[in-house]
Design a protein around this ligand. Sequence first.
Ligand SMILES: Nc1nc2c(ncn2[C@@H]2O[C@H](COP(=O)(O)OP(=O)(O)OP(=O)(O)O)[C@@H](O)[C@H]2O)c(=O)[nH]1
Ligand SMILES: [Mg+2]
Length: 471
Amino acid sequence: MAMNSQIEQLGRRLNKTLEDIDQQASKWVARSLDKHLSVGITGFSGSGKSTFITSLIHQLKYSNHAHLGGFLPARDERLLGVKIQSLDDLPLFEYQQGIQALADDPPQWPPSTTHISGCRLVIEYKKKNILPTFTGETRRFTLELRDYPGEWLLDLAMLQQDYRQWSIDTAALCSKGIRQELAEDLLENLNALDPLAVFDEQQIEALYVRYRNFLQTCKTAGLTFIQPGRALLPDSEDFQVFIPLFNLQTLSEHQLNKASDDSLYKVMQQRYKSYLKEFVQPFYKTFFRGIDRQVVLIDVLKALSGGKEKFDDMVIAFSRIIDSYHVGNNAFLNRLFSPQVEKILFLASKPDRILMNQHEALRRLCDEIISHICPQSVRNRIEIETEIAAAVRSTHDHNDHLTARLLDGQFGELRHPPIPDQLPDSVQWQQLSQWKPPVLRAPVNPDLLIGGRLAHIRMDKVLRDLIGDKF
Ligand SMILES: Nc1nc2c(ncn2[C@@H]2O[C@H](COP(=O)(O)OP(=O)(O)OP(=O)(O)O)[C@@H](O)[C@H]2O)c(=O)[nH]1
Ligand SMILES: [Mg+2]
């Protein structure tokens, strides 16, 4: 009897120990199965990054009503919950403010970004498995997202150039086409400066203000390639201002090197170097560190509607940024498409401004643009996809026209020329340059604050391409 109870006790203890081991093992396995991805959302100012991130978080958080048929974990209702946490070293991405703005009546768009921010989404989901696994059904996947002002991206290409080369390139760019028209007498004044003269703070301050206004005019006119990008941001006074010198070709490198330390050239060169060191390099360190996948948003429709020169300007701006990677001798630049980046998803943003029957043409056009701006060496090494997606669908489609509310609240019909599925020919450019895709008002949707559906286009395909393989 005593022997029996001892055996029972031993059995119970053994069971308990096995349970403990099982629990520990489950925890350990669960932890090791926890998955993690860091996704960089990149693109020029106004391409739709912050709105995209806000929508992406909302679609994941309320996936059961989000119409995400193309993203299987959501379609199968396996997403159990999403927690938003801040990233250790960054201010929290303002998802709640973005949703609040979209839920207002009249709705507002999330404000243009002035500082870098980020968040970690902790997504609890049920593993797709008919048999119960010994780790239990719930798993966890963490997704890191980062947002930044698009202007910062423009400065990436500057890391590639010294001050002299940057000045010469900028002078060449400004001496033709739309820029030349917009610059008016600023070009003459810049041309008249003697690089070897003694630096005069007041004179350069005044010229900088005019140069900055010129850059702002270029942006408003629809040009993309604007440097330094930070000059367009409210906190631009944080750095010691510099301007490009337009007549450096007249002096040899030797003459420039010999210039005295208080010369205009040397002071501008010094400030250019400090700008890169203090602002541009740290940004890339923070933003591109540990990025696994990239989403690159491109407002293809805006570029199309401005005419060939503005379109080419955007393509050049992208190429310069991607080229800077191509040269590959700069540790910071390597991060943009470092070997760690396994996938880039190029997205034509805001396709709700055209008819649905034109979406495939837009996607193909985007494909064509990417084949121009993305060198073969990158395309062969990294998985590249192109898609189109509207973070916040703001139109109704009636087959031959759209209806929508404009930013000023007016409701009306929208029509547009056919969207070419490859780079436009001269006839198509003529049609397209008559077209101005309007800035729209987001649909009224106060329910967003209680998890209401945020209408979108193909955000499910984006989620599938971006993180679908992780569930
Ligand atoms: N119709 C439509 N408009 C959109 C959509 N997403 C963004 N927009 C418009 O594009 C503007 C810019 O979007 P943002 O998300 O602020 O762009 P961003 O890339 O974050 O810009 P920066 O913060 O300046 O770098 C918004 O104010 C809207 O007018 C969309 O899905 N559909
Ligand atoms: Mg933004």
